[in-house]
Design a binder for this molecule. Structure first.
Ligand code: NAI
Ligand code: MG
Length: 488
């Protein structure tokens, strides 16, 4: 059995407790054993990152050098793309076609921030002429980076690339279920000659042990987290109770995908299906509520069900597959309990709702599931399910669409489908969300900011703004003469 190491201070070491079973969710087969880092091991990783930061070996490297290192990481990711995609699919269950796109996106993220490293500049502030006021941008320090299992490699890239570009050092914690590609990334990073030891540490383990330690440690200056709103809250609390470290959060969602009667029919039908079923619905921005104008409700529902029936559920390593198993059998049980809840609440199940049998029975598969006539107040319309389950909610007119769209505690994303540009932009302006698509849903680019409002998070990742999470401002005042103040 392949035992996965911890990566601390530039060394791969065996963990004291290598008891985390890593499972292929498509087959139930065991892939490896990962370390569940102890508190002492987590502290060692934090100390390594602290030491690397305080020594100045990385923050003091030229921005050009840091950028070159990131470009080299991207290059190595692309050279290993096929192998990484396969590993991601085996560990996480997503269709290999999606995993290939994720690897390319991860490489692009390192390229983008590799380029941006040399474009971080300070400012000169317009103070009176007897002084010079400068704003310097400095790395925030040691970062704890806690990521989920739905995009294991891509989330590692979203976290590491801007932090490294800014000159920070980090301890990255993958999700319990999906350590494979993060540790492969550790191998890649370890092989890049100009990346000093201890700048990146990768520590697998349990959230309440490793993650909670990162959030509570006084030696950590900033935590970046992607995951559930519940865990996000505990991280914010731990930061408040320790050293008031900087916190950015990318949390849950219940994003509305809004369809008006004039939308382009075929694009809209496919967009409704893709919006929620891509990546098995295990997407923070999943279009898990389909809001549809009453005049087309019945016909649209039928078309969406018809399209969803064509989704190829199967072996995720088969390039023809469009939906794989859920990440774990336990997660499938959680999603199934929401399906049960939807039935109990009286929503109408019109597609799926169960585990497929036959050849797929040994994996954590779940059928694409559609509930119709969902009341906006029902649990399945309010809570994040994080699986292939969608709630169809009819509406009458634009104000009601907006009202329903905004009536959840979340505000990550949303989409509106219409050919009326006035209406499109009116709705865009009224949606309380961090990301809004018009006539599409889900495309995400490293060049543009990402993140949510309300209980979907705090702060924005990606784009030019993404690097600000890893920079502190220092205002410098320079007095331009030797004259005393003359106050006394
Ligand atoms: P989670 O938020 O508990 O886990 C995400 C990461 O946080 C993992 O690395 C985990 O080990 C870590 N973590 C867990 N407890 C922690 C703690 N007390 N302190 C610090 N770190 C901690 O999410 P989980 O349990 O995997 O999934 C539960 C639900 O969360 C899902 O059903 C879904 O609704 C939501 N979720 C949302 C994601 C998003 O991208 N917005 C991603 C993953 C889950
Ligand atoms: Mg959890």
């Amino acid at each position: 059995m392949n035992t996965l190491p911890l990566y601390i201070g530039g060394c791969f070491q065996n963990g004291a407790d290598p008891s985390q079973d890593v499972i292929n969710p498509a087959t139930g087969a065991s892939l490896a054993r990962a370390a569940r880092a102890t508190t002492a091991e987590t502290e060692a990783a934090i100390r390594a990152a602290r030491q690397a930061f305080d020594s100045g070996v990385w923050s003091g490297a030229t921005a050009m050098k840091r950028g070159q290192v990131l470009l080299e990481v991207a290059h190595r990711l692309r050279a290993q793309a096929a192998e990484l995609a396969r590993l991601e699919t085996e560990n996480m269950g997503k269709p290999v076609l999606e995993a290939e796109a994720d690897v390319a996106d991860a490489a692009a993220c390192f390229e983008y921030y590799g380029g941006l490293a040399t474009k971080v500049t300070g400012e000169v502030n317009p103070v009176p002429s007897d002084a010079l006021s400068l704003t310097l941008k400095e790395p925030v320090g040691v970062c704890g980076q806690i990521i989920p299992w739905n995009y294991p490699l891509l989330m590692a890239a979203w976290k590491l690339a801007p932090a490294l570009a800014a000159g920070c050092t980090t301890v990255l914690k993958p999700a319990e279920a999906t350590p494979m590609t993060a540790l492969e990334l550790a191998r890649i990073l370890d092989g890049v000659p100009d990346l000093p030891k201890g700048v990146v540490n990768i520590v697998t383990g349990d959230g309440p042990t490793v993650g909670a330690k990162l959030a509570a440690s006084d030696l950590v200056d900033k935590v970046a987290f992607t995951g559930s709103t519940r865990t996000g809250r505990s991280i914010l609390r731990a930061a408040a109770d320790s050293n008031l470290k900087r916190v950015t959060l990318e949390l849950g969602g219940k994003s509305p995908n809004i369809f008006f009667a004039d939308a382009h029919w075929e694009a809209a039908v496919e967009g409704a299906v893709f919006g929620v079923f891509v990546n098995q619905g295990e997407v923070c921005s999943a279009g898990s509520r389909i809001l549809v104008e009453k005049s087309i409700h019945q016909r649209f529902l039928e078309a969406v069900v018809e399209k969803a029936r064509t989704i190829r559920l199967g072996d995720p390593l088969d390039p023809a597959t469009r939906m794989g198993p859920l990440v774990t059998a336990a997660h499938r049980e959680r999603v199934l309990s929401y399906i049960e809840e939807g039935r109990r609440e009286g929503a109408r199940l019109v597609l799926g709702g169960g585990k497929p049998n036959g050849a797929l029975a040994r994996g954590a598969y779940l059928e694409p599931t559609i509930f119709d006539r969902v009341d906006p107040g029902m649990k399945i319309a309010q809570e994040e399910i994080f699986g292939p389950v969608v709630a169809v909610i009819p509406f009458e007119g634009e104000p009601e669409a907006v009202e329903i769209a905004n009536a959840t505690p979340y505000g990550l994303a949303g989409a509106v489908w219409t050919r009326d540009i006035y209406r499109a932009f009116r709705v865009v302006k009224k949606l309380r969300a961090g990301v809004v698509w018009v006539n599409h849903m889900q495309p995400t680019y490293v060049e543009a900011p990402w993140g949510g409002v309300k209980m979907s998070g705090a702060g924005r990742e990606l784009g030019l703004h993404g690097i600000d999470n890893y920079l502190e401002l220092k205002q410098v005042y320079v007095h331009l003469s030797e004259d005393p103040i003359g106050w006394y």
